[in-house]
Design a protein around this ligand. Structure first.
Ligand code: PLP
Length: 434
């Protein structure tokens, strides 16, 4: 399958080129040239299928032309070594828990898949060693670092805003060592993202190093996120209640939501989506007004969604030929400030016993406000509440337990390199590592 750039200036790329490059040379995002619909038979029996079986079928539709079936099946099975259960929270409201992977956040799915696919290209297709650059507002760094840990031929640099990620998040990518280097930047998440973009645009770096991105712009990271939309639907289908489904997604860079839109194009019978924003409401404003006005991000308690210029926005535009009316037809949204998020966590816990993290809380609240009475709603819980221990404990007035696998990270010594928000310093450091 070929991949084209959303800017339509760069030549089409193969899957390997798209994955290794990350961003297209014309600064656009790669899109698959076609989105294959899955057969009716697949949906008729979806309730009987396991997560791995479903994901293998979906992966085949995207990557089947480029990777032999048994290799691809193995990559998928190895990626999904954890459950993604759907639970009922209240009448017609279900949660898809995406936080049972190694770093307790949904980004494990995309990061684990991408690491395995890239490693396949390095080992089997003669691709030379690569350096992965990733900017993180918290959860991407940990998912990518853990997904790539120990993978041969790949070195990972995690850029994160100093003092702006939680201790638990920081511990998950600064304590690993081996092929993982944590770069602590004196700036915001947007600064980190801008540094990564600048590195990809730098001629000298690209001549000397094989740089790639593991942000959700990478097709190998964002496309596999469509797997679990089918799996969520399948779990409802198994209970004979998969009709009139709406899915609510806590959104930042919009990679997760875009993967859901791809699933719908592949035939997933869901009515529509809800995009939940925190105070960084650029996408919500777009849905309401048709105007896209990126602005600097502001810090919130749902910090993995603190994004002022969502990188996957161009993919959504491309998918809908930039028609605002069709986008607004498939997606509605809402935006919440920190007080509203805290109140949602507290009230939901009191009324249903279900404990939300700040990101899932946005999605839950937006679902409740946007869902019609005759619709079944699924919201995505993207992180384990223990990753935001203090915030959550303050909301509910109780201490919560940190899972053992998570507290283990906190016991290891932190290793990071502090850098000013200065591209030349980053560049020199990357060159020194080669
Ligand atoms: C990254 C992240 C999000 C936002 O996902 P996007 O694909 O960037 O929209 C939401 N919740 C959590 C916990 C995250 O880590």
């Amino acid at each position: 399958m070929k991949y084209y750039s959303t800017n339509h200036k760069a030549p089409e790329a193969t899957l390997r080129e798209a994955v290794v490059k990350g961003l297209a040379p014309d600064k656009g995002l790669y899109m698959p040239e076609k989105i294959n619909r899955l057969p009716k038979d697949f949906f008729d029996h979806i309730g009987e299928k396991s997560l791995t079986e479903i994901a293998q079928t979906v992966a085949q539709a995207f990557f089947g032309e480029d990777i032999p079936k048994e290799k691809l099946d193995a990559i998928v099975a190895d990626t999904l070594n954890f459950e993604i259960p759907l639970h009922k929270v209240e009448e017609d409201v279900y949660v898809l828990e995406l936080f049972h992977g190694p770093t307790f956040a949904f980004k494990d799915v995309g990061a684990r898949f991408m690491a395995r696919m890239l490693s396949y290209f390095v080992k089997e297709q003669g691709q030379s060693d690569v350096k992965v650059l990733v900017a993180t507002s918290g959860d991407t760094g940990s998912a990518v670092a853990n997904g790539f840990l120990g993978v041969e031929g790949i070195q990972v640099f995690v850029l994160y805003p100093s003092g702006k990620v939680s201790d638990i998040q920081e511990a998950q990518f600064t304590t690993l060592g081996r092929n993982i280097v944590a770069l602590e930047i004196d700036g915001t998440f947007d600064d980190c993202q801008a540094l990564v973009k600048a590195a990809f645009m730098d001629d000298e770096l690209n001549r000397k190093l094989n740089l790639t991105s593991a942000n959700s712009i990478n097709v190998a990271r964002f496309l596999p996120q469509s797997f679990y939309y089918f799996h969520a639907f399948a779990q409802l289908a198994a209970q004979n209640s998969a009709d009139n489904v709406v899915i609510s997604v806590p959104s930042g860079n919009l990679g997760n939501l875009t993967a859901g839109l791809f699933a719908k194009r592949m035939g997933l019978p869901v009515n529509r989506f809800v995009a939940a924003n925190n105070r960084n409401d650029v996408f919500f404003r777009y849905l309401e007004t048709g105007l896209y006005q990126p602005k600097p991000s502001v810090q919130t308690i749902a910090n993995a969604m603190d994004v002022g210029a969502p990188s996957n926005f161009d993919r959504i535009l491309d998918l809908y030929h930039a028609e605002h009316a069709s986008i607004a037809n498939d997606i509605s949204g809402n935006t919440y400030n920190d007080d509203e998020i805290r109140k949602t966590i507290r009230e939901t816990y009191e009324q249903t016993g279900y404990l939300l993290d700040p990101h899932g809380a946005c999605a839950y609240k937006a679902l409740k406000e946007r869902k019609n009475d005759d619709e079944k709603g699924i919201f995505l819980a993207t992180a384990h509440p223990a990753k935001f221990k203090e915030v959550v404990e303050n909301c509910i007035g109780k201490t919560i337990e940190i899972p053992e696998r998570l507290s283990e990270f906190m016991r290891q010594p932190k290793q990071s390199i502090f850098l000013p928000n200065d591209f030349d310093r980053l560049k020199n450091m990357l060159l020194e590592f080669s």
